[in-house]
Design a protein around this ligand. Sequence first.
Ligand code: ZN
Length: 160
Amino acid sequence: MFGVFCVNSTQNMQDIYQQMILEHNKNPRNFREIPAPAEKFEGYNPLCGDHLWLYIKVNENNIIEDISFQGKGCAISKASASLMTTQLKGKNLEEAKSIFEEFHKLLIHELDPELDQHNLGKLKVFSGIWKFPARVKCASLAWHTLKSGLEGKKESVKTE
Ligand code: ZN
């Protein structure tokens, strides 16, 4: 059961994943502003210096019509934001939340994308990141920014 991948193929897989991260860093998808009334959320990771803004437009059916980001950061934080936007566009907020939960499990090594069922798509390229704890914050920055932004929005809508 554990011999499915020989050392070499695992190595190649990690190389492919790394290439994809570098490619998204170089050519980030959805790297642009979305004009108001889209929501804009700021995220900052002082440990690495990653600083980004997320833009999101959710329609009346709770579907993410458009999502994008801008900012500066390391390759991991940018690739993660880029892949997040491609994966979440067109999804509803419930689906986005469950993908966030899966991604979080992936980052802390509680989900194995080769063995467990998931809707992570290309986000699985971050499957080896748990080996580098300092980089986990880089990979999760865009996600935490989105989550806390959306939660804050809900709170501000709520009137006492
Ligand atoms: Zn970083």
